[in-house]
Design a protein around this ligand. Structure first.
Ligand code: S3P
Length: 445
């Protein structure tokens, strides 16, 4: 019986004001990783103080990298160079982070020492063959638990060879793992994707001075160069802004400004989907910060209607489906989501978890193997379980804004993995959200 945290959420007031959500999770992981493997000192600003990204920083500290925290959201990474990591006698804990574990598998496959990567209960159920198989084809030796699950034991001292690999599913994590292994490999590593995914690893490798050729859906590099430290300014995480984009769209009278949101086109699929549904979201002051496009997003309430979500948008909004399910449940008419089977292997089975929770709130929703059909309408109060999935918990806090009664959201502690301070920001902008009183245990629900 583990102690857990629950929230009580209810319809609040219209969302108002301006806010800046925390730093991008994907960029923060990569900034620490490349900073650690670089020669020289990398200063990271806007670093996400989430449990996932802090776990990655702790792993590198265990591997002998000094990382200073001069102030919150800042890190100074004293790089040790490509061959300067030292093995740790202890297992390296990636926490809840699939990105941490998969990218580390790539970076550690070419080291001279053995490593063991472990994760929490959710991460321990997530598929790792998608990285271990192509890494094995490069010459890595990695043992996993039954079914290709964590923990991963990575044997050091393997000579890696470059690979020309076409990903079977669009995955920035797999692409990035292979590129990081490719830094240590003889010859060329080429990664081809069925649909372009976020290209932060490629952009950041270039910023750290590693020769790399890349275009949407394609990346190519060869081993044998060096990474040179550089400063990284992390943009605000579009995936965290997403909850507020949906909340302000569905609550009448809302007008909210989200400042300096990362607008990498491989991340902003939800914006396109919400606009197709009738959302009123304006991009203001578009600019570049730290080599990434950012903009302030002004979102005003607008009546939403159901849509067939274009399958081509799926990879560009892969983390935003829990929020989109809520938008669809609060919209007029029917929405269809397809081509998103990957949602079943995220921090939870996001199709099943969202379907169950929305059904508990009276929504009409049918699951399909790779998506769902949702008919929007009135939601009522009720109890939902986030299954320890941060994005599910935050999405139901938004769903409660359209519900006629209180929503109890179970198992929300993992919100801190990606969005520390969500509760405070949500309340400040108008949401009614507070911790449920009394300690809950998993057996209570
Ligand atoms: C991420 C890639 C995506 C995304 C995850 C972060 C990354 O995962 O869902 O939250 O930082 O590379 P997949 O590579 O499994 O699609």
């Amino acid at each position: 019986m583990s102690a857990r945290q629950d929230w009580i959420a209810a319809r609040g007031t219209p969302l108002h004001g301006r806010l800046r959500v925390p730093g991008d999770k994907s960029v923060s992981h990569r900034a620490v990783m490349l900073g650690a493997l670089a020669e020289g000192v990398t200063r990271v600003s806007g670093f996400l103080e989430g449990e996932d990204t802090r776990a990655t920083a702790r792993v590198f500290e265990r591997l002998g990298v000094r990382i200073d925290t001069p102030s919150a959201s800042e890190r100074i990474v004293h790089g040790v160079g490509l061959h300067g990591l030292r093995g740790s006698g202890e297992a390296l804990d990636c926490g809840n982070a699939g990105t941490g574990m998969r990218l580390l598998a790539g970076a550690l496959a070419g080291q001279g020492f053995d490593s063991v990567l472990i994760g929490d209960e959710s991460l321990s159920k997530r598929p790792m063959r998608r990285v271990t198989e192509p890494l094995a084809a490069m010459g890595a030796r990695i043992d996993s638990a039954d079914g290709g699950l964590p923990p991963l034991r990575i044997h050091g001292g393997s000579a890696l060879q470059g690979i020309d690999y076409t990903l079977p599913v669009a995955s920035a994590q797999v692409k990035s793992a292979l590129l990081l292994a490719g830094l240590y490999a003889r010859g060329e590593t080429v990664v081809r994707e069925p649909h372009p995914t976020r290209d932060y690893t490629e952009r950041m490798l270039a910023a750290f001075g590693w020769p790399i050729e890349f275009a949407p859906g394609y990346a190519r590099l060869s081993g044998g160069h060096a990474l040179r430290a550089t400063d990284v300014a992390v943009p605000a995480d579009f995936s965290s802004a997403a909850f507020f984009l949906v909340a302000a769209s569905v609550v009448p009278g809302s007008e909210l400004l989200l400042e300096a949101v990362g607008m990498n086109p491989r991340r902003t699929g939800l914006l396109a989907a919400l606009r197709l549904m009738g959302a009123d979201i304006r991009e203001q002051n578009p600019r570049e910060e730290g080599g990434e496009p950012v903009a302030d997003l002004l979102v005003r309430h607008a009546p939403l209607h159901g849509i067939e979500v274009p399958v081509a948008l799926v990879p560009d909004m892969i983390d935003e489906f829990p929020a989109l399910f809520v938008a669809a449940a609060c919209a007029q008419g029917r929405s269809t989501i397809a081509g998103a089977a990957e949602l079943r292997v995220k921090e939870s089975d996001r199709i099943a978890t969202m379907a169950q929770g929305l059904r508990n709130l009276g929504a009409q929703i049918d699951e399909t193997p790779d998506g769902a059909i949702i008919v929007g309408g009135a939601l009522r109060g009720g109890t939902v379980d986030s299954h320890g999935d941060h994005r599910i918990a935050m999405s139901f806090a938004v769903a409660a804004q359209c519900a006629s009664g209180e929503v109890r959201i179970g198992d929300v502690a993992n919100v801190a993995t990606s969005f520390p301070g969500f509760e405070t920001l949500a309340r400040a902008s108008g949401l009614e959200l507070h911790p449920a009183l009394g300690l809950q245990t998993a057996s209570d629900m």
